[in-house]
Design a binder for this molecule. Structure first.
Ligand code: KG4
Ligand code: ZN
Length: 388
């Protein structure tokens, strides 16, 4: 069937953390443009996102990024059917930039505004591409799907199910402290590596022995988490990644690694923008082994708990998304175990793994069908939860 070119288009806007992003997506599955302005250079000297600087950068970037998304898609503002924006979770000041802009735009154009949960966006990053793949094979995704959303701010497990146009989510796992990506970032920082830490550790781990250092994930005691009800405790999978960061620090202290770390930090400050592989000569074998062992421990913990949860809830497929889903060892080990168990597994392409706005526009498509629009009071919700 011939489709008219300028129909069923949603403009997605994402500004929850350190990427200003805009994308135009047709029917939640066809990406016409996907523009991401990264703030890595701004936050890099601090080894983490500085909220105040993030807000300013979003404000600087939002207009050109949206303009670029429309121009790449070859459309004008009036061709849009709706505007979708990340409502939360994320940094309040950062979210407010995207929301204020999207609200004004929707008002000026008299188009519906659709608020999207960032975590639902990450799940749709993988659903979007799975929809294309399965349509080509005339298949549909096996449901319920267990979705692991694993990024710098989140480590969550959701059981995703579809009822008509509507997607529903049940939160069946979460971290009690740090997110997995946060552990990658903090460990990279304490070893004198670059920011963000995930891609550094991913690359350098290939040169180390993952069995050199043993890290144990002590059984997480849910009773330590007072806010949860007994039913919640029994049914929820808990992660915890703050202990391993401390264990890595202790290892470096016990093995006299601090002068090497300081030197590496100095080298790095003198070479802003250097790529991980080019920094390889600054790393001794002991550090490379530590990096590989850390990554193996985190990936194994995520893998064990995710597959155990999939079994417990009889999930028919597995979806893995968020920045840490870009990790090569994670992809290899999850894919191998899924194959062993005969469980279909999906990852987003690398560009859709980290924060982007195509995932926000894709998540908004079902909401356009059911008219889940924002009211005038829409504001940022930094702690917005997904599912029940
Ligand atoms: O999804 P994302 O862009 O932003 C959040 O919503 O947090 O994820 C960013 C996180 C950072 O912690 C970064 O270090 C991590 O994803 N990350 C990785 C890799 N690429 C990005 N972690 C491990 N391996 C990677 N290849
Ligand atoms: Zn994210």
């Amino acid at each position: 069937m011939h489709e008219k070119p300028h129909t069923d288009l949603i403009l997605g806007i994402e500004s929850s953390c350190d990427e200003t992003a805009a994308a135009v997506v047709r029917r939640g599955s066809e990406i016409l443009s996907n523009i991401v302005a990264s703030q890595i250079a701004t936050h890099s000297p601090y080894g983490g996102v500085v909220p105040e600087l993030a807000s300013r950068e979003h404000l600087r970037n939002i207009v050109p990024v949206v303009r670029a998304a429309l121009s790449k898609a070859g459309i004008g503002f009036h061709d849009l059917d709706a505007i979708a924006v990340t409502e939360g979770p994320g940094l309040a000041g950062a979210l407010l930039v995207g929301i204020s802009y999207a609200k004004s735009l929707a008002f000026a154009l008299n188009k519906p505004l659709i608020p999207v949960n960032h975590l639902e966006g990450h799940i749709h990053a993988v659903l979007l591409e799975q929809a294309q793949l399965r349509a080509a094979q005339r298949e549909s995704l096996e449901l319920p799907a267990l979705a692991l959303v694993v990024s710098g701010g989140h480590t969550h497990l959701f059981l995703a199910q579809r009822q008509g146009e509507n997607w529903t989510y049940r939160n069946v796992g979460r971290t009690l402290d740090d997110a997995a990506g946060e552990a990658f970032d903090k460990v990279a920082k304490l070893l004198g590596l670059g920011y963000p830490g995930g891609p550094w550790i991913d690359t350098l781990a290939l040169h180390g022995n993952p069995n050199a250092v043993h890290f144990s994930f002590a059984q997480i005691k849910p009773k330590a988490h007072r806010k949860s009800s007994p039913a919640d405790l029994a049914e929820t999978t808990f992660f915890s990644f703050s202990g391993i960061k401390t264990a890595v620090l202790r290892y470096t202290q016990l093995h006299d690694m601090s002068s090497g770390i300081r030197q590496r930090h100095r080298n790095l400050s003198g070479h802003p923008g250097i790529r991980p592989l080019d920094a390889l000569p600054w790393l001794d074998q002991k550090t490379l082994d530590l990096i590989a062992s850390f990554q193996r421990a985190v990936v194994d913990d995520l893998r064990r708990k995710t597959f155990r949860t999939a079994e417990r809830y009889d999930a028919a497929s597995l979806l893995v998304s968020g920045g840490v889903a870009a990790n090569r060892e994670l992809r290899v080990r999850f894919t191998a175990e899924a194959a062993e168990r005969g469980l279909p597994i999906g990852f987003p392409s690398l560009t859709l793994s980290t924060d982007n706005a195509a995932m926000i526009a894709a998540a908004a498509w079902p909401k356009l069908q059911t008219q889940e629009f924002a009211n005038e009071a829409l504001t940022a919700d930094p702690a917005l939860a997904l599912g029940r």
